[in-house]
Design a protein around this ligand. Structure first.
Ligand code: HEC
Length: 475
């Protein structure tokens, strides 16, 4: 059987020509959700849950007419001559047909894996997997929505909790919250996000935090990045690394980002989501819907792609992003990977290159949350394709490459966490392409972040309940 997601060849176009946003839904387009359309046009033959009837099952992974999204879309559009499967091109727009393909993929995936019960805990103590058997061990519990985890050079673990606490876990002991962490805005997606530890932390003690804060206008908020010096259990000498203009603090609480990552050259990358204003992702004058790159003191490197372009935010490294919540560097070649929360059915892993446009919201594999179409375009010249996308969405979050020696058969694999999908995945990546995926953990709670420790073990942050779990070899 084919893998249940599509692996795509990378990037078509180069450059960053200005794009005009297409009308996402023409005024006359019907607003019916895809579930409603399915029930009225398809269910009498393919069954109410897509299990089949007079027509074949659409969830059994058997595809007589081809198993790609494009094949399924073609059958819906053109029908199958000489069978009751009539063409729907007159009844459905291309946008609706794309949404129908997502609907089919979602149903196929839940038929394959079953619907997720609430977190099944405790985690199994020993898990067999394709290449390694491993043990799971709860290192810390009782945390509230742990968001980012990062190691200090002495092997202690820093963990951020979304309500605004930063803690050290040392030798299995969870220390009291670090004092001096700025007040954070805890609404909906908001709060304390990721942590980065400066590559020369041993000399300078610098720790970077991303969080949402409220602005001058009541209820407004945005993402801010600061640097502080960790002294004992206090964060002192804080400086702002990035803060949007006051006018850009908006009255919504979604898509703040914000992952932080130092690359090998000591540049700090940080992601900020589109803040629910999707057109911003295509606007170089807005910091939203972008990946940014700065020096460790917040200055903009002179070789950033949009330095000197009139009106552009100079810290932008890449654009056309929705909400990126995972960043990692491939240890083999320095390539930068980012996971991105797509709309429903459109989660992505991207190989992020300088100055490129990743297409949101012009192209996407997803649809609106309510099952109405967003766009029928999944690719376009000049817009980058994801390395892989997940339909249905798994709510993809933190990632890390395996660089340790304790799991030799996982060398250089990418570990991917997911919230709604409650999973930890292992991806094998060869020459910028995902060649294999494996689910290592599923159904034990939302998984927010993953880090390979200096000890070569794998540390995973679960949300609801808030746990840090350590994976160690059992074979
Ligand atoms: C009147 C019955 C009928 C209706 C209504 C109908 N289908 Fe079909 N459909 C069929 C039959 C029968 C086939 C198998 C055709 C064949 O023999 O290859 C089929 C095939 C398909 C396939 C290809 C399956 C494969 O194995 O490749 C897809 C996808 C599909 N239908 C989707 C839909 C969708 C989506 C709708 C609603 C918009 C729909 N169908 C409405 C009867 C129907």
């Amino acid at each position: 059987m084919r893998p249940f997601l599509s692996v795509l060849v990378l990037g078509v176009g180069l450059g960053a020509a200005p794009y005009v946003l297409p009308p996402l839904q023409s005024a006359s387009a019907p607003r019916a959700s895809v579930a409603t359309i399915y029930a009225s046009l398809c269910a009498n033959c393919h069954g109410p849950t897509l299990q089949g009837g007079q027509g074949p099952s659409l969830v059994d992974a058997e595809w007589k007419h081809g198993d790609t999204d494009a094949d399924i879309a073609r059958v819906i559009r053109e029908g199958v001559a000489g069978t009751p499967m009539l063409p729907f091109r007159a009844a459905l727009t291309d946008l609706q047909i794309r949404a129908m393909v997502i609907h089919v993929r979602e149903a196929q995936e839940s038929a394959r894996l079953g619907t997720l019960p609430p977190a099944a805990l405790p985690l199994p103590a020993r898990i067999e997997s394709e290449r390694h058997a491993f043990r799971t061990e709860v290192l810390a519990d009782g945390l509230e929505t742990p968001w980012g985890i990062e190691f200090l050079p002495d092997g202690a673990l820093l963990v951020s909790e979304r309500p605004g606490r930063l803690r050290i876990i040392r030798e299995g002991q969870v220390l009291p919250p670090i004092s001096g962490v700025p007040a954070v805005w805890v609404e909906q997606d908001g709060g304390l996000f990721d942590i980065a530890v400066h590559p020369r932390f041993a000399e300078n003690g610098w720790v970077y935090l991303a969080f949402s804060e409220t602005g001058a206008e009541t209820g407004s908020s945005s993402t801010r990045i600061i640097r502080g010096t960790l002294r004992g259990n206090a964060l002192v000498d804080q400086v702002t690394i990035f803060r949007p203009a006051p006018a850009l603090y908006w009255n919504n609480n979604s898509h703040f980002g914000a992952r932080l990552l130092f690359d090998r050259d000591g540049y700090l990358f940080f992601s900020i989501g589109d803040r629910g204003h999707m057109a911003d992702a295509q606007d170089l004058a807005s910091p939203y819907g972008k990946l940014h790159r700065v020096h460790d003191d917040g200055r903009v490197p002179s070789d950033n792609p949009f330095v000197g372009r009139a009106g552009a935010v100079a810290s932008i490294w890449s654009y056309g992003h929705r909400n990126q919540q995972g960043l990692a560097i491939d240890p083999r070649n320095g390539d930068l990977y980012a996971t991105e929360h797509g709309p429903r059915g459109g989660d992505e892993l991207n190989l992020v290159r300088k100055g490129r446009n990743y297409g949101w919201p012009i192209i996407t594999y997803g649809m609106n949350d309510n099952g109405t179409p967003l766009t029928d375009r999944t690719e376009q010249d000049g817009l980058e394709q994801p390395v892989v996308y997940w339909t249905p969405s798994i709510a993809v979050s933190g990632i890390d490459f395996y660089t340790g020696s304790r799991f030799p058969r996982w060398a250089n694999d990418l570990f991917v966490t997911a919230l709604a999908g409650q999973q930890l995945r292992r991806l094998e990546i060869r020459d910028g392409r995902v060649t294999h995926q494996e689910l290592l953990l599923r159904g034990s709670g939302r998984v927010r972040d993953v880090r390979v420790g200096p000890d070569g073990l794998i540390y995973v942050a679960f949300n609801g309940p808030g746990l840090i779990v350590r994976l160690s070899p059992a074979d």
